[in-house]
Design a binder for this molecule. Structure first.
Ligand SMILES: NC(=O)c1ccc[n+]([C@@H]2O[C@H](COP(=O)([O-])OP(=O)(O)OC[C@H]3O[C@@H](n4cnc5c(N)ncnc54)[C@H](O)[C@@H]3O)[C@@H](O)[C@H]2O)c1
Length: 315
């Protein structure tokens, strides 16, 4: 794949803005499309600010202006006609996506590869609104997409192998760690794993087994610290499959099977929605939420730098 490729990112929200910057940082001519220009103006300002911070921190070598020069901010559907790839990041709503794809397909060329960053919708369902659905698949990034390496490449029943291969290759070109998801499953893999943990953590909290801080510590300093090195399945071989099987027989029946968390519904009723309202399961007075987010991003970058290229080799 050559850097002469043109990438269109559709939707200038949380994910689209960061992804457009990422593609431009990696040298690609990038079109950031949004239906409203106000989001594009916000997105451009955010990209400038972020590139300047990355340059000041010596994380990128190139001048921000040069990277910005590879970006086109547009509300014009005609710009999609130039794209080799369209990575869709519009709102997570089937009706919105369906309307978007129907219109998009009247502007792109027949061989344009199209991928959705949907977190929860099935690729096969979105594909119903895509002409030539064999050139369509899922490319699910994790937030923040510039720092988290996982990209889940998902396929619908009609997705051609060549399409998911090309999207996989595109993810590799961004220094990501893509995985191939063989079946179109709700929530894909990362979210299913993550939400299983979330459900049990909220359940433990509802039973007052420990404080929220201590429940988080149990993950951060226990299994969570091991997971970037050995995944849950690799870890099982070190536990011993017979031991794991014996534990599961008495522990699985004791796990949470609630379909909804009372802890969450109570907090929502109190107007405590998390960082955005200044309180959730924890409190965020003043700018504590923004500071913690910056700290998280800094730690993620350090961790990624530490672990990159250090996969186990049996030599
Ligand atoms: N935020 C995350 O953590 C995250 C992580 C991975 C994947 N995703 C996925 O990425 C996609 C975008 O999520 P986001 O968090 O960036 O959302 P967002 O709400 O920040 O942005 C959504 C964008 O969609 C646009 N939009 C809304 N209605 C539209 C319409 N009718 N037609 C065209 N555009 C419209 C908005 O202008 C906005 O730019 C979703 O599919 C989401 O599931 C989000």
């Amino acid at each position: 794949m050559k850097k002469s490729l043109i990438i269109a990112v559709a939707g200038a929200g949380t994910m689209g803005v960061t992804l457009a910057r990422l593609f431009a940082q990696y040298g690609y001519e990038t079109i950031l499309w949004n239906r409203r220009s106000s989001s594009l103006e916000r997105g451009e300002a955010e990209i400038r600010k972020e590139l300047e911070a990355l340059k000041a921190g010596n994380i990128i070598a190139e001048e921000p202006e040069k990277i910005i020069g590879r970006l086109t901010f547009t509300t014009d559907w005609n710009d999609f006609a130039r794209a080799d790839y369209v990575i869709e990041n519009v709102a997570e709503d089937m009706d919105v996506k369906a309307e978007f794809y129907k219109k998009l397909c009247t502007f792109v060329s027949d061989d344009t590869i199209i991928a959705s960053n949907t977190s929860g919708l099935k690729i096969g369902d979105i594909a119903a609104s895509v002409s030539k659905p064999q050139r369509f698949c899922g490319m699910h990034f994790w937030n923040p997409p510039d720092l988290l390496p996982l990209v889940e490449v998902t396929r619908g029943a009609e997705t051609a192998e060549e399409t998911s291969d090309k999207i996989f290759e595109l993810a590799l070109l961004l220094d990501k760690e893509p995985i191939r998801v063989k079946k179109d499953i709700l929530g894909i893999i990362g979210n299913r794993l993550q939400l299983s943990v979330v459900r049990e953590a909220l359940y433990l909290l509802s039973l007052d087994i420990a404080s929220p801080e201590d429940i988080d510590k149990a993950m951060k300093y226990g299994p969570g610290l091991r997971y970037p090195i050995l995944g849950p399945l690799e870890s099982l071989d070190f536990t011993g499959l017979d031991v794991a099987d014996a534990i599961s027989t008495y522990l699985y029946p004791d796990f949470c099977s609630d379909m909804r968390s009372q802890v969450l519904t109570d907090k929502i009723e109190e107007g405590k929605l998390g960082v955005k309202t200044g309180a959730g399961l924890f409190d965020y007075p003043d700018d504590a939420g923004a500071k913690k987010l910056r700290w998280r991003n800094d730690m993620l970058l350090q961790l990624r730098t530490l672990l990159k290229g250090k996969e186990f080799k049996n030599v």
